[in-house]
Design a protein around this ligand. Sequence first.
Ligand code: AFP
Length: 420
Amino acid sequence: MNVVLGLTMAAVLFRGGVLSSTMTAARTFAAPSVHTRGMHMSVKSSNPFSQAGRRAAVRSSVAPSPVQDSAGTIVDDGTVTLTRFMIEEAMKSKTPGQEDMVRLISSISVACKRIASMVQTAGISGSTGLAEGGGSVNVQGEEQKKLDVISNDVLKSALRPSGKLGVIASEEEDNPVVVDELYSGEYVATFDPLDGSSNIDAAISTGTIFGVFKAPEECLIGDSDNLSIAEQQCLEATLQPGTNLVAAGYCMYSSSTILVLTTGDGLNGFTLDPSIGEFILTHPNIQIPSRGKIYSMNEANYFDWDPKLQTYVDNLKKAEGQTGEKYSSRYIGSMVGDVHRTLLYGGIFAYPGDKKNVNGKLRLLYEAAPMSLIFEQAGGKSITGPGGRVLDLVPDKVHQRCPVFIGSPDDVDEVEKALA
Ligand code: AFP
């Protein structure tokens, strides 16, 4: 289930007393340093997860550094919450509008917490299953789950308190539509509220994917079905290439809830601590391994693939690819889960085009493009095929699909060569 939201973020963030005092604290006490512990990898293992997985885990280790005053009292326990991280980044940034970005990300994180809670209790609360008891189909012909619809509403209501939210487009709509008083100004956000929702009844990982663009210019849209050309142009603000993304991220609802975020200056991961209801920085400066040993594709489509792709995958299975090592296959069918594993362990995730669906299945604006920015920020690559960087693709419609090959740079280079 996918949604595109347009919104303006008013530049009032740092006027609030709470935030001002947080900033004062951040100035007074040195920001806690983040430690990543080193580990030697001298033992070779045939387990595809062992080395790459450990390498990623090592990078993820975070030990908070408490700060004490002269009397030895701990004045800062060193925990870096998402809010604190964003505020400190905004203070360091020379890019105007970062305060608005803090507010936007904060609203999204609240929605993620709510969705995480609903996903965890779906089996108890009776929110598993199909919306409207079945037969509720979105614009792309996909049957909606109850939680698709609820997650969409949660995102809308989390962003609405800004008073600026107005454009909503979803899989039930061909185009973004006006649902409220609308100011589509500084930012336009694209969402897939609950990606992988077909897995939800089996309690398998799902996620929310989002991308944030700058709106071309301030625009106001009335509450009318007959939009003027200027108003239509506002709605089309979502049709931007991924190179224009100013932020992207995902929340993964799994054994833990993880929010992975980039605002264009590296990639960081935060884990929800349910005891305090805060996202805590647990994966600072994520870097994907340059090569992995796992491929992740829906092989049920094998016989519809390009023969060159079939050969590439056959080679990985036979240990006849570039590394000469046998790869393992892992496929959840929930992009956020498959991509998160690929980001940490390395390897390749792909949803290629095939004979039936030449552009594959994944949607450019709220699946492929945000994930591509995320991977590039982590040193990975993402292409549609030979010579086709996903981020360069200019959408011509909101729900456009594109083939995706995303992962470790060496693995993506290998598949690109194989397909050329
Ligand atoms: P749903 O949201 O309908 O479950 O689709 C999930 C998804 O868009 C993406 O998350 C998966 O990677 C992909 O579809 C799986 O598609 P296949 O079932 O065709 O493998």
